[in-house]
Design a protein around this ligand. Structure first.
Ligand code: HXC
Length: 274
């Protein structure tokens, strides 16, 4: 990763509780927060994956601990907050990144399949926010940062479960930004586009679909994990202290764009007046 433009210590003495922090985008954010002085508590279902990620952060000079748990269970969320408070003195940043996804046409999706994604993404975000509230209230600089998506801005086939879940996450974030602003808690969201080398892309764009996707993005590439962690650093920084209830789309312009009526080459051939 190229050198950070952020002050290396701006998160010193802060604690971030990061769900889904064992792998992918949220692992990248955890590493990035840690290199800027933040103590990180990463939560996920796979203890071995979490342990490996913690090991890497500590080897790089950071402070990290893990809590194996499931965001669908409020008692696991409360245990994660209790661990963060006991080990690192509190929670300043809650990052809701745990998510579930798979491709499935709605007519083939079972009720439990739909519910499972709603439970991980939406109920999990509620559970973690609720469990962290008292700890965040005590922080002088509290932020809840949700990782959402852009899938629900349009119709995305085979993603009804995720569209519904992420739309709920966005609505909940707008609500909490209003309700908890008076406690000094900001609530902000990143909506990533397709990010290379992630489990999400392996699930949603298999069999080379990622290459076609990249060619159709205005900035002509997939996003990187660093693109998202840089946006996260900004949103949790004092530079964003008057931003709440906002969604920052980091997608290279993907969701805005649609195929051209004709390719540029066709326009050339048409000999249109220049
Ligand atoms: C159809 C499926 C399915 C599939 C599971 N189900 N996989 N249905 N197609 N591929 C159904 C099951 O049949 C079951 O319903 C129900 O979902 C629950 O499945 P379980 O395997 O019992 O659930 P669980 O062990 O809790 O696993 C949750 C999961 C799993 C979401 C299904 O894939 C998972 O743990 N994912 C976490 C990692 C992940 O998804 N990462 C990618 C995030 S990407 P029945 O009726 O049979 O009981 C992302 C990016 C979005 O979020 C934005 C991108 C731009």
């Amino acid at each position: 990763m190229s050198a950070s433009i952020f002050n290396k210590e701006f998160l010193k003495s802060k604690t971030a509780l990061i769900t889904g922090g064992g792998s992918g985008i949220c692992k990248g954010i955890a590493e990035s927060f840690a290199t800027h002085g933040c103590q990180v508590v990463i939560m996920g279902r796979r203890a071995d994956v979490l342990a490996e990620t913690c090991k890497g952060i500590i080897a790089a000079g950071g402070k990290a601990i893990s809590v194996a748990g499931d965001v669908r269970l409020i008692e696991d969320c409360e245990r994660a907050v209790a661990t963060a408070t006991r080990e690192f003195g509190g929670v300043d940043i809650l990052l809701n990144g745990a998510a579930g996804n798979f491709l499935c046409p709605t007519e083939h999706l079972s009720s439990n399949g739909f519910k499972t994604v709603i439970d991980i993404d939406l109920l999990g975000t509620f559970n973690m926010s609720k469990a962290s509230f008292e700890a965040l209230k005590k922080s002088s600089d509290a932020v809840i940062l949700n990782i959402s998506a852009t899938l629900h801005y349009q119709g995305t086939i085979m993603q009804s479960h995720v569209m519904a879940a992420k739309a709920g996450v966005d609505a909940l974030a707008r609500n909490l930004a209003c309700e908890w602003g008076e406690y000094g808690i900001r609530v902000v969201t990143i909506a990533p586009g397709p990010i290379g080398d992630t489990e999400g892309m392996r699930r949603l764009a298999p069999l080379g679909a990622d290459k076609k996707m990249a060619s159709e993005i205005p900035l002509k590439r997939l996003g990187s994990i660093a693109d998202i962690s840089n946006a996260a650093l900004f949103l949790v920084s004092p530079a964003a202290s008057y931003i709440t209830g906002e969604i920052l789309v980091v997608d290279g312009g993907q969701w805005l764009s649609k195929p051209a009526f004709v390719p540029r080459e066709t326009w050339e051939k048409l000999n249109t007046k220049r």
